[in-house]
Design a protein around this ligand. Structure first.
Ligand SMILES: Cc1cc2nc3c(=O)[nH]c(=O)nc-3n(C[C@H](O)[C@H](O)[C@H](O)COP(=O)(O)OP(=O)(O)OC[C@H]3O[C@@H](n4cnc5c(N)ncnc54)[C@H](O)[C@@H]3O)c2cc1C
Length: 371
């Protein structure tokens, strides 16, 4: 006998979105979460719901990302109706700014390559010069030579998103079990037997959504999750009057008024501490983009680990040797939350990922391994 239809391992943004989606379609769900001692990308991200530049090398990822971005407004409305929590989603369009002609040309070339791919989903974007940018972003500095704009980009309050997903899954009848670090998973007796926090949990299906920890959990159920931690630092300022209506890829003003400056990309970092060397570079670029930031106080900074695959794309997989075991991991868990809840969760409930998800299987790495 299984106590639960589905056990979701990990209560970050990926696990919580899937659990909320599963509970909304009548599944009996338990979320097994290691707790506050774990590294959690979901508590340290930049909160963009971002479309532009996603999918170079894997056009289905561009389609998946756009689909989630399109579904975000309805998803946020549903969360608010259920939990009373406003996750402050806005989709005014977003910018990536260039501080030199070379950067701008490189940006334009990347987006051309992205959109010229066969089977690439069509969506609008523009490359703008300084004067065109200044009409939408009046506070930019003279060093900004131009940038890219995509009307599909947006942002939200991602800490509130995590809170809303937890409140929502609880209201939908899911059980959240903190301090339940999963040590072992076995398939037997028509389900999964999971050793979590010293208890045995019995479920019909299991979803691995444990971020970086998926790397060691996946082989327990015949899956592979080649993910690595990649550090990102973010600087947070005091709250100031609204001056930035649009999210910029490395500078955004939150719904509460503070400005987030981000986010570094650091490989092989030993831990999730911050450092002034990297912060100084980020702050310098941000001030050159928006000179008024020079007068604003920094109140804190943090670092967190992205959950990164070698090609940067997500992994969604189902086990061939342990049917009923699924894996979900990505480095854009804010952006993809709507599709995780609304599209991925029903497929998991049905016991099978649809054919279009095959592009995201970790088996794509086997091909390059044999070359
Ligand atoms: C600096 C930075 C900026 C980012 N910016 C953006 C952005 O702008 N937009 C965007 O879409 N995404 C962004 N991301 C990525 C986004 O935050 C992640 O994709 C997302 O949070 C991943 O969520 P997750 O649930 O997979 O992992 P995590 O948040 O890491 O959660 C994993 C969970 O699994 C639990 N766990 C671990 N091991 C076990 C175990 N053995 N048993 C049980 N539970 C376990 C942990 O307790 C944790 O709760 C950013 C990330 C970083 C670091």
């Amino acid at each position: 006998m299984n106590d639960w239809d589905v056990a979701v391992v990990g209560g970050g943004l990926v696990g919580a979105a899937i659990a909320w989606g599963l509970a909304g379609i009548g599944q009996r769900v338990v979320v097994l979460d290691e707790g506050d001692v774990a590294y959690r990308a979901s508590r340290g991200n930049f909160a963009l719901v971002w479309v532009q530049s996603k999918g170079l090398g894997l056009p289905p990822y561009a389609m998946w990302t756009k689909g989630s971005s399109d579904g975000w407004a309805g998803f946020a409305t549903e969360l608010r109706a259920e939990t009373g929590l406003d996750v402050a989603f806005e989709r005014p369009g977003g910018f990536q700014l260039a501080l030199s002609e070379r950067e701008l040309q490189a940006r334009a070339a990347t987006l051309r390559r992205l959109h010229n791919q066969p089977d690439m989903v069509a969506y609008p974007y523009e490359i703008l010069d300084h004067a065109e940018l200044a009409r939408m972003l009046p506070e930019i500095g003279p060093e900004v030579v131009g940038g890219s704009y995509c009307p599909l980009d947006g942002h939200c309050n991602s800490l509130r998103l995590l809170r809303a997903l937890h409140a929502g899954m609880f209201q939908r009848g899911a059980t959240y079990a903190p301090d339940h670090k999963v040590a072992r998973i076995e398939q037997r007796d028509g389900g999964f037997r999971i050793d979590a926090g010293g208890r045995e949990i019995r479920s019909g299906k299991v979803v691995l959504a444990a971020g970086i920890a998926n790397a060691y959990l996946a082989p327990m159920v015949g899956l592979a999750a080649p993910v690595r931690p990649q550090r990102g630092q973010i600087i947070v300022t005091e709250r100031v009057r609204p001056f930035l209506r649009y999210p910029v890829s490395t500078v955004r003003q939150t719904d509460e008024g503070s400005v987030l400056i981000g986010d570094s990309v650091e490989e092989e970092a030993a831990d999730d501490t911050t450092g002034t060397e990297v912060a100084a570079v980020m702050a310098d670029r941000a001030v050159r983009m928006f000179p008024l930031l020079r007068r604003i106080n920094v109140v804190r900074s943090w670092a967190a680990f992205r959950v990164m695959t070698q090609d940067g794309f997500p992994i969604y997989d189902q086990s061939l040797t342990c049917p009923g075991a699924f894996l979900a991991t990505c480095h854009s868990g804010v952006t993809l939350a709507a599709s995780h809840a609304k599209i991925l969760a029903p497929q998991i409930a049905a016991g099978r990922l649809e054919a279009e998800m095959a592009a995201f299987s970790a088996r794509r790495f086997d091909v390059s391994a044999t070359l």
